[in-house]
Design a protein around this ligand. Sequence first.
Ligand SMILES: C[S@@+](CC[C@H](N)C(=O)[O-])C[C@H]1O[C@@H](n2cnc3c(N)ncnc32)[C@H](O)[C@@H]1O
Length: 221
Amino acid sequence: MGKKRTLNVDDAYALATPADSLQLYGKWAESYDQDFADAVSYVVYWHASEALLRYRSEIDGVVLDVGCGTGLVGVCLQEGGIDSIDGIDISQPMLDEAAKKETSFGRPVYRKLIAADLTKQLQIPDNEYAGLISAGTFTHGHLGVGPLDELWRIAAPGACCAIGVRTTHFEQAGFVEKLSIDVAHGKITQPELLEVNMYSAETSNTEHANDKAFIVVCKVK
Ligand SMILES: C[S@@+](CC[C@H](N)C(=O)[O-])C[C@H]1O[C@@H](n2cnc3c(N)ncnc32)[C@H](O)[C@@H]1O
């Protein structure tokens, strides 16, 4: 029998629909942290967390980790002092991995984990969250600008946001136009764009070594 092929970032970029995500991440969930995140020195979740942690003292309430996957962001936020975190993701197997993430006191990192397709209307009340964070989910084959209106709706006025978007996707999927419209319509503050590496220097021998993301930092109005 042939050796099972390890899933990788090219499999993720080849996705086209939420159904594709369900299938890929269903297979990838158990090995994602080791075979992907550790193996390719994936770091964008750390950069997004650092960006949100700058506003830690202003965040009075729960933060939603959008496309939380196995919970790498939650662990960083919790270690940085934000400890009221919900996660939302389309893949139940990824959420099951996130549910295993614990604080040093053995408490779950996530308060609540929500299975939902972010391309659809969310069963979440208006103004529910004091912060929004996302890493690795606004990228090719995953989420475009479509879910942003729902995210602004469920965020409370003044909620701090740190949303990672792969730079190539930012340009191709209309983020420049969408964010300018949302600023002009008074939905969000003018975003600060922090350009960061998606993978650390240790991946310099792969074709993705220079992949970058913008962390879109803004507040919901
Ligand atoms: C590359 S992973 C990133 C996970 C995590 N944030 C991280 O940084 O490791 C992308 C995640 O987006 C989720 N996803 C993709 N499409 C989605 C959708 N339509 N609704 C909700 N989650 C989705 C996938 O299930 C997967 O967990």
